[in-house]
Each structure stands twice: as C-alpha cells, then as structure tokens.
Design a protein around this ligand. Structure first.
Ligand code: ADP
Ligand code: MG
Length: 383
C-alpha cells in the first residue's frame, strides 16, 4: 500500500472538535489536469477549487476518469499537464510521500500480523512521533471511530466494516491536510455501507477534514458530499452542491445521472418577453412552462423534469394527459408510469408520488410541474 512508503513528517494534532473552517483540512486546487494513455484521454483538463474542510465527491460511471484524477492528486500517476496545489503549496512534482495526503482504498490492506492498535500506530511510527503522543493520538482516533474495544484484535478477528474503519483510522491518525478515498465502501454490503457513510461524514465534520471521495453510487455521493463533481469521459460535467445538481442540472447527462429525469421532446414556442418563463410546446401537444433558460423561438429541445417533481392535477391544468400503466409501491412512495397521449415517440413519463396519492392502472391523469423544476436542453443538431 502506498502509505507504507510514507516517511517522517510530523505534525501536531488539533483539538478534536474544531470550529468550522479551522479544522485539519487544507484547501486544494487543481488546474487543467490532463492524462492520456497511449492516445486514449483518461482525464481531460479537469480544474477545481476545493475549500479546507470540504467534502467533495467525484461521481461518475466506470471509466469516467475518477481514479486517474485522484491518483494524480495523490502523486501515484504523473499528469501530462496541469498543476495541483495543497494548502498553498504546489505539489505537482512532489513524490506521493512528500505530499502528506491520506488514502483509503477499496482494498483495505491491513497488516494481518499486527493488532488494530499497531496497524493504526504504524503511520505515526514511520514519522517518528514520540511514544506518549503516539499513544494519545492512536487512542483518540480509535475512540472517534468506535474501535477502542477492539484495539487488541487482529484484522481477521474483525468484520469487513470494522476492517475498513481501521483503514480509515490509519489514514486519519496523522491528520493529513487532505484525505483521498477511492470507493472505500465498494466491497461492503448495503447496510454496512450506510452505517459507515454516516460515520465517515461525522468524523469528517468533527475534525474539519478535507475529503475527496470517489464513487459511482449517486445516493452515496448525495449523502456524503458538500459538493459533487459529476464526471463523464474524463471531464467534469458539473461541480456543484447536491441541491444545485438536482435543481439546476447544466447538462442532460447530469439531469439523468442524478435524478433519472424524464425528457420530454418539444419546441421552444416563444422567448420569454419578460424573462419570467420559457415556454415549450411539447410533441404531445401541451404547453410546458419552464424557468427562464436559453432557447431561441422554434429551437428543438428536451425538457427535463425529475419524477419526484411531477404531480397529478385536474384535467385542463396540466401540460400533458395520459393513461396510468404501472403503479409500484416503494415504502411511503409510489412510482407511477404514464403513457402520454398525443405522441407515440415521447415514451413513458415516470412520477414519484406520496403513497396516499396513488392513481390506479388504466386511469386517465393530467400531469403538472412547477416551472422552476423544469430544465430545458437544446437538442444537438437541432433535430
Ligand atoms: P474510473 O475510476 O472513473 O472508473 P479511471 O480513471 O480508472 O476511471 O479510467 C479512466 C480511463 O482511463 C478509462 O478509459 C481507463 O480504461 C483508462 N485507464 C486508466 N488507467 C489506465 C492505464 N494504467 N493504462 C491505460 N488506460 C488506463
Ligand atoms: Mg475507479
């Protein structure tokens, strides 16, 4: 594991609960990072500014460049161009062990012959931290992660989730200015993952850590992150808060990847004279009001609405009518699909409604949406 090569870089530890902005975490900035592998672009001019104490996630499907970006920040992969600055210091040309960053990977390689305590103490021993302070810091870190009672056990005497927590402790114990995590919970089952997500978030907030986290799981990204960089084909499509990504997706990809949006084809009917709304004449015939967005009169567009932002309304008030095809109860929610009338190519419209509002299969319904929840995207090529 990369950590094993880390050499002495002794920093004193801060108080356990720092006020906001004064924690361990340093800011990090990445400018125009690029990496190609024999002609294939893995990462294409990625730039971002991350604040100290911020929890940032790279979210994207497999092959989108998440790991390569993280490895360049870590120093295990040399960028073709671009720069990386941690806490005001340019580390682009520094060896990994000189960057002082912490890592947690999916494969938590603990030393099998060492106890939990010894595993966690190891990075401090490498750094020559004096015994008394080492004891205090290991104890404190195990305490934070809820592992104090297991300090004497060997890794094989722990569950997968506990082992991953030990790996987390090993990264936390020397208080790195930035911790990088690549799908650290990927090997665990859902229940454990949920539990550890909560724990990682709590520890991050308690210590004011800067974390860059990689996942392909939207829900995980939403639960953990202050901001999410949605990656596609080696680029960041959008870097924003979870809420902005939901409410103001800047590309159809983001609308679809985060919210599984409905895409309704149509034509911009008029530029909003007063700037209040963009009007889209849907191919199904109805008029859909969207928040003001670019789009010339007559432009072909796709209007995107999240299933949870659609509602049923009285006939005549909506933008579309149709027939209910499926109704599926998911806890307190019900998922409904509607076959819209008027255009065979529009496809099914998906809704998520409170279970108490469920229609029945075969019912004729009208659909409505708040203009503020409707994003409009130009159709490439105008067709
Ligand atoms: P992710 O972590 O999002 O799944 P990666 O950063 O691992 O994506 O990979 C991005 C792209 O770069 C992929 O197309 C992958 O095949 C390619 N790639 C990654 N590492 C290498 C490598 N060492 N050699 C060649 N191609 C690579
Ligand atoms: Mg990866």
């Amino acid at each position: 594991m990369p950590e094993l090569r880390l050499k002495s870089q002794h920093k004193s530890s801060p108080a356990v609960s720092p006020p906001p902005g004064t924690g361990t975490g340093k800011p990090l900035s990445v400018t125009d990072l690029r990496k190609t592998y024999s002609g294939v672009t893995a990462v294409d001019t990625v730039s971002m500014e991350i604040a100290g104490g911020e929890f940032v996630t790279f979210l994207g499907s497999s092959g989108s460049g998440k790991t390569t970006t993280l490895m360049m920040i870590a120093g295990f992969c040399e960028p073709d161009s671009g720069s990386i600055v941690v806490g005001g210091r340019d580390v682009t040309r520094l060896a990994p062990q000189k960057r002082g960053l912490g890592f947690v990977f999916q494969q938590y390689l603990l030393f099998p012959h060492m106890s939990v305590w010894e595993n966690v103490a190891f990075p401090l021993q490498l750094r020559g931290v004096p015994k008394a302070e080492l004891r205090r810091r290991v104890g404190e870190t195990l305490e934070i992660a809820g592992l104090s009672a297991m300090a004497r056990r060997r890794p094989r005497e722990l569950s997968g989730g506990q082992q991953q927590r030990v790996a987390l402790c090993r990264a936390l114990v020397y208080r790195p200015p930035v911790i990088l995590m690549d799908e650290p919970l990927g090997a665990l089952d859902k229940k454990l993952r949920d539990q550890l997500q909560t724990e990682i978030k709590r520890i991050q907030q308690e210590l004011g850590l800067t974390v860059i986290y990689v996942t392909h799981d939207q829900e995980e990204a939403l639960v953990l992150s202050d901001r999410i960089a949605v990656m596609r084909d080696g680029r960041i499509d959008q870097f924003d808060t979870p809420r902005e990504l939901f409410e103001r997706p800047r590309t159809p990809f983001v609308a679809d990847f985060l919210g599984a949006a409905n895409f309704l084809p149509g034509t911009v009917q008029q530029r909003p004279g007063d700037g209040a709304q963009t009007l889209v004449r849907l191919d199904t015939g109805g008029l859909l009001k969207a928040r003001p967005q670019a789009g010339a009169e007559g432009a072909r567009v796709r209007a995107a609405v999240q299933p949870g932002r659609l509602r049923l309304c009285t006939p005549g008030d909506g933008f579309c009518t149709g027939t209910v095809e499926t109704v599926t109860y998911v806890g307190t929610l019900v998922r409904v699909t509607v076959r819209p009338a008027g255009d065979a190519d529009t496809g099914l419209v998906r809704l998520e409604l409170p279970a108490g509002r469920a229609p029945v299969i075969g019912e004729q319904v009208s659909l409505a949406a708040d203009p503020d929840d409707v994003s409009v995207f130009a159709v490439e090529g105008g067709g």
